[in-house]
Design a protein around this ligand. Structure first.
Ligand SMILES: Cc1cc2nc3c(=O)[nH]c(=O)nc-3n(C[C@H](O)[C@H](O)[C@H](O)COP(=O)(O)OP(=O)(O)OC[C@H]3O[C@@H](n4cnc5c(N)ncnc54)[C@H](O)[C@@H]3O)c2cc1C
Length: 480
């Protein structure tokens, strides 16, 4: 077979977003996955606001809004009282919510999007290693050797691409074994809110899933304390060990009764398992023409629902840069290097934040456990702190350093609608009829806001490339 532009290894949410984007940009690419078929388990359950904005540019956000639960807030309880509330309507996005959707359903939408566009995943195909020579990458799989210009490892925590790159994956393993259950709840608390119960004895979190009254419960079982085996390699995710038995519905029911007063019955379990967590980061996301995205590049605690969302946004950041480079649209010879610079810096920050949040929730320190309910009540009584937390979780404030452009009202539409399915930069003119800056990959629109004369150039992934004012020197010398 002839040389392709991009080989994507791994068809989880990260690889599927990258494949959908490669198709949209009309690149020649292949996507392989070692598994026989799509995943059937619910793992990540939260789709954040920034991810929905990205999905809008891909043209598929409506499906997520249609089938997912619209989660409007989070409640923190302690000693049988609600101690704090986070209101997601404070998220500065047209999507001021979190979508509760099982990861297998997210992957299902992404796969259908790829297949509707004529793409497909090559299943039961495992990448073993690669070699870079003569301006190509030769990827050895268990079926054949594939020649490609660029290779992207979206192959999860145990990434073969990362190992073949020779990257380190330093970090730590959490000492606890966590348990999860996908169950239907018969109880008072509303389904469109997340519920977290913090007590001295431990933590119970209930994340809404897409079906009515169905939740993902995450909890700690006393019988699993201290049972985690020491391991040098980053064992991460669902535990597959006969000695560590999965939780039972009876065990979960006992945990729920110890946290929740009143009627609270768990029934119809669909998936019950134990998992362990690492917090690790690859030392780099790029080596020559090979890149890492998603869990292949960073793994961390699921607290805050950041993992899958970060992987999707890694893929989205890289996709247009690969496309602009392969298609010769860019005049910037270092465009691809900006991927690792931008996303690795973010990955580092994310690990720190999820480590801190996990410590607060899982700590065994009796003093912190005792103080937790007072600290949380106090902190969440300030709306400015609440807003900061929900905005950080939503990922809309990420910047490199420029943030994503907000949804500017335009004379003929709004920015997000204009970006939908567009592959171009957007140049928004404020109080300006025309501009000398013309480029085949730039679309011009006019903002309704006439208060100040300026121009804002926005990248195809929605991030602000520059803001300029008369006489527009920065803009006219900008290299797309
Ligand atoms: C219990 C649990 C709960 C979680 N909850 C959340 C949450 O609430 N919110 C959140 O954002 N994240 C959550 N996560 C994390 C989330 O599931 C991951 O971040 C996400 O799956 C990463 O997606 P990915 O596509 O990068 O990797 P993966 O989903 O791991 O996909 C990797 C793919 O690569 C394939 N593959 C692996 N090696 C090879 C190879 N050599 N050749 C070919 N194919 C290969 C695999 O078969 C797999 O399909 C949770 C994880 C777990 C385990």
């Amino acid at each position: 077979m002839s040389k392709i532009d991009v080989l994507i290894v791994g068809a989880g949410p990260t690889g599927l977003v990258l494949a959908g984007e490669c198709k949209r940009y009309n690149l020649s690419f292949r996507i392989i996955d070692s598994a026989k078929g799509p995943s059937t388990v619910s793992k990540a359950t939260a789709v954040q606001a920034r991810t929905l904005e990205v999905l809008q540019i891909m043209g598929i956000h409506k499906k997520f809004l249609e089938i997912g639960t619209h989660i409007k807030g989070a409640n923190i309880y302690s000693a049988h009282k609600r101690r704090g509330h986070l209101n997601f309507s404070a998220i500065p996005s047209p999507f001021s919510l979190v979508i509760g959707l099982e990861q297998n359903k997210t992957e299902g939408i992404l796969l259908k999007h790829l297949e509707d566009a004529g793409g497909s995943v090559e299943r039961s195909t495992t990448l073993l290693s690669y070699e870079e020579r003569d301006g190509s990458i030769f990827c050895t799989t268990d079926k054949a050797v594939i020649e490609t210009q660029y290779l992207v490892g979206c192959d999860g925590a145990h990434s073969a691409v990362r190992k073949s790159m020779g990257c380190t994956f330093k970090g730590e393993q959490f000492t606890d074994i966590f348990s999860l259950a996908d169950i239907e709840m018969d109880w008072e608390p509303p389904h469109n809110q997340l519920h977290v119960f913090l007590e001295k004895k431990g933590t119970l979190a209930m994340f809404p899933l897409s079906e009515k009254n169905r939740f993902r419960a995450v909890f700690l079982l006393e019988r699993l304390r201290g049972k985690l085996k020491e391991s040098d390699s980053p064992q991460h995710g669902i535990i597959d060990d006969k000695e560590i038995k999965d939780p039972t519905l009876e065990e979960l029911q006992a945990v729920i009764h110890s946290f929740v007063t009143g009627k609270a019955t768990a029934k119809n379990p669909r998936w019950m398992a134990n998992f362990h967590i690492n917090s690790r980061l690859s030392n780099t996301y790029q080596k020559n023409n090979v890149f890492l995205c998603g869990d292949a590049a960073h793994i961390h605690s699921p607290i805050g629902g950041q993992g899958m969302n970060t992987g999707i946004q890694d893929a989205f950041n890289l996709a247009w840069k690969l496309a602009y480079t392969c298609k010769g649209y860019t005049e910037n010879p270092n465009l691809l290097e900006t991927y690792a610079a931008e996303r690795h810096t973010l990955g580092k920050k994310l690990l720190k934040a999820t480590e801190k949040a996990s410590f607060m929730v899982t700590t065994n320190n009796p003093l912190i456990k005792w103080m937790r309910k007072y600290i949380i009540s106090l902190l969440l009584s300030f709306s400015s702190i609440q807003n900061k937390i929900v905005t950080a979780i939503s990922q809309v404030n990420i910047g490199y350093p420029n943030k994503r452009a907000p949804n500017f009202p335009l004379t003929d539409s709004d920015l997000f609608t204009k970006q939908e399915k567009s592959q171009k930069f957007q140049l928004v003119l404020f109080n300006l009829k025309d501009t000398p800056f013309k480029h085949p990959h730039v679309e011009i629109s006019h903002a309704k806001d006439l208060s100040k004369t300026k121009a804002i150039l926005i990248r195809p992934d929605g991030y602000i490339a520059l803001i300029d004012y008369p006489p527009f020197k920065k803009l006219t010398s900008y290299k797309i």
